[in-house]
Design a protein around this ligand. Sequence first.
Ligand SMILES: *Cc1c(COP(=O)(O)O)cnc(C)c1O
Length: 461
Amino acid sequence: MSSITNHLPTAELQALDAAHHMHPFTANGGLAQKGARVITSGNGVMLTDSEGAQILDAMAGLWCVNIGYGREELADVAARQMRELPFYNTFFQTTHTPVIALAAKLAELAPGDLNNVFFAGSGSEANDTNIRMVRHYWAMQGKPQKSVIISRKNAYHGSTVGSGSLGGMSGMHAQGGLPIPDIHHINQPNWWSEGGEMSPEDFGRARAQELEQAILDLGEDRVAAFIAEPVQGAGGVIVAPDSYWPEIQRICDKYEILLIADEVICGFGRTGEWFGSQTLNIRPDVMTIAKGLSSGYAPIGGSIVSDEIASVIAQDEFNHGYTYSGHPVASAVALENLRILEEEDIVGHVRNIAAPYLQEKWQALTEHPLVGEAKMVGLMGSIALTPDKSARVPFKAEAGTVGYICRERCFANNLIMRHVGDRMIVSPPLVIQPDEIDLLIERAWKSLDECHSELRKEGLV
Ligand SMILES: *Cc1c(COP(=O)(O)O)cnc(C)c1O
C-alpha cells in the first residue's frame, strides 16, 4: 500500500488534531479530550481506522459517497485531468471540455426543462447562487420586490451566511447574525414529533397549507420562491406524509412561486430515482445539487435551472460566480461518477434490490422496545427513539441525549449511524449489498440493545 497508510501512532495523530484542527459542527474542547477517530482508508461500504477496525459506513460519509469508497476510475480521471488542465476559469469567455460534458450530461439526466447548470464548489455555495439568482430573475422581470424566499424550520441548506439563513436550524441562526433579510420559515411536516392527534394525512396537508398562508400574509407580489429538500436529511430524515407534496406543488403553481428542490442529498439515486423530485412527483424550477454528484470524491455543487429562468438571466450580466465554478478536475470526476452510476445501473440496484431489502429490515426495528417509527425512502432512513411508542413522547432528558448514547454504541460497534436529536439516521452507499445490509442491521440491533440497558441504568426507560 501507499505511504499514506504509514502513519504516526493514533494517540499522536489525535494530539496533533486536537492541537491544530478545528472540526466543523463540533465542540472542539470536548473532542480534544476524547480524541477523534482517525479514518485511514475506505473500500466499498467499509472504512478502516488507524487501529485497523473495519467500520460499516451507513452514512456514506456525509450522505455523499454514493458509489462507495475506493473506485480507481475516479482517481485515474482526476490524475489525468490534473496533468492535462488542472484549472481554468469560465468567467471571461472561455470554457473547457470537462465542464461542457458535465453540464450537458446533467441537462440530459435532470427532469423536464431543467437544462442549464450554474456550478459551485459545494451545496452551500449553490444555494447562495439560488438566493441571488431567483431574486435577480424577478428583478429582471420588473418585480424587484418579489424577494422573499420561504423555507422550513429544521431544513438544512448549507452553512454559509446565505444558505444557513435558508436553512431552519435554530442552533445555526443563534450564531453569527443569521438569518439574512427576506427569508421566511414555515413549520416542517414532521408528523411523529409535531402531529399531535391529527392523522398523518391531515397533518401533511395542514403543514403544506402553511405555505399558502405565508404567501397570503406576506403578499403574493413579495414571494420569490419556496425551497425544500424532497426528504429532509440533516433534520432527521423526515419523510412528509403523502398529502404534503401534491399540496405544495398546487400552491407553487397557483401563486407562481418558484420551487427550488434542494437535491443535495436526494439527488443521484438516493431515493431510487435519479432525483428525489421524481420520486415525490414534484416539478422544481431549480434543483440544488452537490454531494452524490461526485460521490464526494471531489468538491462540486451546482444549480440546475429551467430554460425559462436561464433565458431571463441570460439577458444581462449576472454578477456572480466562484473561482472554482465548474472546476475541471471536479467536473471530470463528477462525470466519471455519473458514468459509473449509469453504466452499472446503481439507481436500479437501489430501487430493485438494496432499498426493498433494507426497508423490510428497517421496518422490523420497530419491534425493538426503543423504536417508535421507522421511515425510509430509497436508501435514506430514520428511526425515532422513544420511551413510549403509542404516546410518541420524548425522553425525560434533553433532546438528543438518548440519540447520542445510541450513536456512541453504534460507533463502538463499528457502525456509523448518526443521530439527530433522538432520531437515528442512515444513508449508506448506494452500492450496499444484501449481506452488508444484514451486517448493518445486526450491528444496529446490538447497539440499540446496549443503549436500552444504559437507559435502564440511568432510569430513562
Ligand atoms: C449538505 C447539504 C447542503 C450543503 O452542502 P455543502 O456541500 O456541505 O455545502 C445543502 N443542502 C442539503 C440538503 C444538504 O444536505
